[in-house]
Ligand binder design. Structure first.
Ligand SMILES: NCc1[nH]cc(CCC(=O)O)c1CC(=O)O
Ligand SMILES: [Zn+2]
Ligand SMILES: [Zn+2]
Length: 328
């Protein structure tokens, strides 16, 4: 065999194989998405997300303590209320008794060093379930939507969130939120993580069944960018970075590794995050249950690939398992 043909064969030892990675997985890379119910005592499973549960303000401590002890450093709070009153102003989003605000306050008190990131959107609280307010013709009303998103983000920052992440995809929201945080004195207290972008994927289904945030009419295609939109994704990354995003997050992750890689080239000085969303989680679980692959092996592979693409923060519903698996 020719000298130049031998490549991977030269690294046969597991140690030399591990040196091929420029991005070892560490526990602190992982962010755990936590579904918050409006029942304070909630501890109920989510049929669409086997292995995940919806938690209430009173059940968070017992659930999270052991995982934090094993090394979990950050969570991503997702409100999935079912009982709150939805209205045309999405008022329940930042009501002082909103389950999300109560959960942030509780976590802040229980775990002072836990990094608390929070999803900010209107769809869970809007009467029609869209991520923004709409003009009479159904088109998103950008001005009032981003103003409201900014107010809600500020309320979560005031409650103790370390990071707010507007997931609505309305144009201009990053600038509006950043300005609002700065004006209120939270410019250096709260990170702004931008979904740049959050694509119109088919992979949000299991979350929508859990959250009941599917729109009552129409779909999210007019604000979530199309799956094939690479150029638009690049422009969104640059726009959001220029508008003041501190972290650029790509969502979903596995089918969008090229966009993660693009982000590392476009904004090399920003932390790059990605979200392994509900459909990715459910798909890997289902595959493992069918015997297609071993769950631990495939989940670690998926995370290694996101890290290889350039992500240094990974939001995944497998975070609890990963705290165990990364010890082994
Ligand atoms: N703001 C909407 C929102 N908040 C969280 C998710 C998805 C999270 C997941 O699938 O894990 C979505 C997507 C959507 O319904 O369009
Ligand atoms: Zn949301
Ligand atoms: Zn939304």
């Amino acid at each position: 065999m020719d000298i130049s043909s031998v490549l991977q064969g030269g690294y046969q030892h597991p140690v030399s194989r591990s040196w091929q990675s420029r991005c070892e997985l560490t526990k602190s890379m992982f962010m755990y998405p936590i579904l918050i119910s409006d029942d304070p005592d909630s501890n109920v499973d989510v049929p669409s997300l086997p292995g995940q549960r919806r938690w209430g303000v009173n059940t968070l401590e017992d659930f999270l303590s052991p995982i934090i002890q094993k090394g979990l450093k950050s969570v991503f709070i997702l409100g999935t209320p079912t009982k709150v009153e939805k209205d045309s102003q999405a008022s329940a989003a930042d009501d002082p008794n909103s389950p999300v605000i109560l959960a942030i306050q509780k976590l802040r008190e229980l775990f002072p060093s836990l990094y608390i990131a929070v999803d900010v959107c209107l769809c869970h609280y809007n009467i029609h379930g869209h991520c923004g307010f709409l003009h009479p013709d159904g088109v998103i009303n950008t001005e009032i939507s981003v103003a409201r998103i900014a107010d809600i983000a500020l309320a979560y920052a005031r409650a103790g969130a370390d990071c707010v992440a507007p997931s609505d995809m309305t144009d201009g929201r990053i600038k509006a939120v950043k300005q609002k945080l700065i004006d209120a004195g939270f410019g250096n207290r709260c990170t702004l993580m931008s979904f740049s972008p959050k694509f119109a994927t088919s992979l949000y289904g299991p979350f929508r069944s859990a959250a009941g945030n599917a729109p009552a009419f129409g779909d999210r295609q007019c604000y979530q960018p199309p799956v094939s939109a690479k150029g638009l994704a690049r422009r969104i990354i640059q726009r959001d970075a220029a508008e003041g995003a501190d972290i650029i997050m790509i969502k979903p992750a596995l089918f969008y590794l090229d966009i993660i890689a693009e982000a590392t080239r476009l904004v090399p000085d920003h932390p790059i995050a990605c979200a392994q969303v509900s459909g990715e989680y459910a798909m890997l679980r289902a595959g493992a249950a069918m015997g297609i692959f071993d769950l631990k092996t495939v989940v670690i592979e998926s995370a290694q690939c996101m890290a290889r693409a350039g992500a240094n923060i990974i939001s995944t519903y497998f975070a609890a398992e990963l705290m165990e698996w990364l010890d082994m």
